[in-house]
Design a protein around this ligand. Structure first.
Ligand code: SF4
Length: 284
């Protein structure tokens, strides 16, 4: 017993300082792929390699439109591996949560050469992913918002609508001593009747569709819904098929989208902070 106490005292706190301080991210972490549209000479190899169709190409005459959808992206990095012109690189960005699904989509139009590669960039139409707030400001904001608007706590009901459980592993990590989400007064509850927020994972299997609708109906107003991961946003690698609906907003309204496959705990926390602001605006 004494040894345990001694170890506890000498170890100190294991909890990370994020979001009050920048997250410490492994150099091996793969986050958002970044596209230099002006330097991109040929998007076809990346589009062919992309396992989810996050990079889409549509040719009309001598004009090619390239669309990047971060809501479909699983951050595998294959587009960067096959792009020889250095126009695609994997970053460690993870603060991608957004209230606007459209802001996850970038577009560029190119003129084409006879060989099918890009002649020049005609127009770059990206709606850039939102610029994250400085971490310290975001951290203070959420603590203040939860205290002021929600009283002492934010209650989250997690709903697995057919996920592979990758997202659940990261959500569980929010509760461990390293991320310790309860320091913000945020806790998970077992019933939607006690929840302020639904955190939904999975492409929404048809078997879970009715359960999700009932869970939404059982959650008292005002409430917010957060779609987690590529599957929750768009169906991800599963898409829309005989067994899946292709994302949470195909079934219930979504307030915040958190890209990733799965999103790391800090990315989840960032999205939950963002959604807390949405909840605040729904309260009288
Ligand atoms: S990182 Fe995203 S865009 Fe690139 S190949 Fe993988 S899924 Fe497609």
């Amino acid at each position: 017993m004494f040894k345990i106490l001694q170890k506890t005292v000498t170890t100190g706190s294991a909890t990370v300082a994020y979001p009050y301080k920048p997250a410490v991210i492994s150099e091996h972490f793969r986050g958002r792929p970044e596209f230099d549209f002006a330097a991109w000479r040929d998007a076809r190899p990346a589009a062919d390699a992309c396992p989810t169709g996050a990079i889409a190409i549509r040719d009309r005459g001598l004009v090619r439109r390239v669309t990047i959808d971060y809501g479909l992206c699983v951050f595998c990095g294959q587009c960067a591996d096959v792009s020889t012109d250095g126009a695609v690189r994997v970053t460690r960005d993870f603060e991608l949560a957004t209230e606007d699904r459209r802001s996850l989509v970038l577009k560029a139009d190119y003129g084409l050469n006879d060989g099918g590669d890009h002649h020049h960039l005609i127009e770059d139409l990206p709606t850039r992913p939102r610029t994250p707030e400085p971490e310290e400001a975001a951290g203070k904001k959420v603590s203040a918002a939860i205290r002021k608007i929600l009283g002492r706590s934010l209650a989250i009901r997690e709903v697995d609508a057919g996920s592979c459980n990758g997202c659940e592993l990261e959500i569980v990590a929010l509760n461990n001593p390293v991320h310790d989400i309860e320091r913000f007064g945020i806790h998970f509850v077992a019933s939607p009747r006690h929840a302020d927020m639904l955190l939904v994972t999975g492409p929404v299997t048809r078997n879970m569709e009715l359960a999700l609708e009932k869970t939404y109906a059982a959650t008292p107003d005002p409430k917010v819904v957060v779609a987690v991961g590529a599957c929750g946003i768009s169906g991800g690698i599963f898409g829309v098929n005989y067994a899946t609906r292709g994302g949470v907003d195909a079934v219930i309204p979504v307030d915040v989208y958190i890209p990733g496959c799965p999103p790391r705990p800090e990315a989840l926390l960032y999205g939950i902070l963002l959604a807390t602001g949405r909840l605040a605006s729904k309260r009288p």
